[in-house]
Design a protein around this ligand. Sequence first.
Ligand code: GDP
Ligand code: IMO
Ligand code: MG
Length: 427
Amino acid sequence: MSNIIAIGTQWGDEGKGKIIDFLAEDADIIARYQGGNNAGHTVIIGDEEFILHLVPSGILRPKKECIIGNGVVIDPKALLDEIQMLHAKNVDVGPHNLHVSKSANVIMPYHKLTDRLKEEETIGRIGTTRRGIGPAYLDKAGRVGIRMVDLLSETQLAWKLKRNLKELNLILEKIYGEKGVSYEQLMREYLEYGKKLRDYLKDTVSLLNSYISQKKNILFEGAQGTMLDVDHGTYPFVTSSNTTAGGACTGTGIGPTKIDSVIGVMKAYTTRVGEGPFPTEIKDGLADKLRNAGPIGEYGRSTGRPRRCGWLDMVVVRRSVLVNGLDSLAMTRLDILDDLDKIYICNKYKYKDTYIEDFPEELEILQNCEPVYEEAKGWNTPTAEIKEFKKLPPKALEYITRIEELSGVCVTILSVGPKRSQTIKKN
Ligand code: GDP
Ligand code: IMO
Ligand code: MG
């Protein structure tokens, strides 16, 4: 192991939580670098299911340290609730093994409120998680964000909050006809969160760089997926952070020279939650079949919404290989395809009279193109108990090989079920 970034190659929910937990065995430090509690990362240990939203998935392995980097947006109440949930399940988590950046921006209740109002009343639906993610990053980029460290200083918090509420309350009252937000109540509540989280807040830039100097192994845990990246995704139907590998550097304060490799987590097919283009979406009953196959169905881990399902889209995966500099792929949920007679892989799009192999940046094309498929034969054999690549049904191996050819990247990890033991490593 060395310093590795693991990212989602599609629209999120690729099984990053499971793969991070698997890779974390060989890591010393696991760091989140972007997003917030819009993420929902599932890890199953024995019979117990954990859904992590903010705390890195590595926390479930004893003796590892976790970092929530400066690029993450933090809802302090959600973080405290998650720590409490972990304590209730006897997971060791405290300031000794969870370090939270002082510079991370805070999600305030008014971010959640404006997230909802923009969705419902003005901008229109992106289908956000309504966790206040977009408005929090908007304030960060607009230089009016509140940082975690501000929760430790009454004077800093008072200055920033008063300044922000002056504008915000005008917007709420005059544009949305809503009641303004109370300064006193927010001050009381957020200073209290500061007291509770004080010991977790650190200079994580110095800490992480000192661990790198000590040659410790760092695993960077991406949230969401490449197609939800604010620069590289299906804009504007994206989240508001850089979910791609570059985000790991800016989101934790380490230099790109410290990264050794990048692994892309890719579902054996594709899903998406929320609005936005999805060229390979399946619109008939087969989508329900995929959604409900296997031990855990395709329903959002943060919001419970049914996930849209479709075939594997190699135009998307190839873009992901490019923008993340992927060295390898971890393919998940292969078992979900076990009892299909035919499986389809999209390798290009048809738009009007032209074929497109490189991911198009025009929303117009993404919304109106037709996927061009090649057919793969199903293997009609259960894979969930298989422990070695060479024991896979030949047709499943053919499917994987074809994806390697079309992406130019090797599948080095294969997941055939949600449990730790259902993970196959290529030697
Ligand atoms: P993440 O957001 O990328 O961490 O993914 P989610 O946790 O939101 O969704 C992935 C779902 O697939 C979770 O319910 C996992 O437990 C489950 N999962 C992961 N890998 C596999 C696999 O290989 N097979 C099956 N059947 N389920 C898997
Ligand atoms: P993980 O880390 C799947 C989607 C939302 C919406 C869009 C913007 O579990 O893969 P936001 O609340 O971020 O402003 O919503 O992004 N989205 C996700 N979809 N997995 C996620 O996280 C997601 N986080 C956000 O559904 O379409
Ligand atoms: Mg998820």
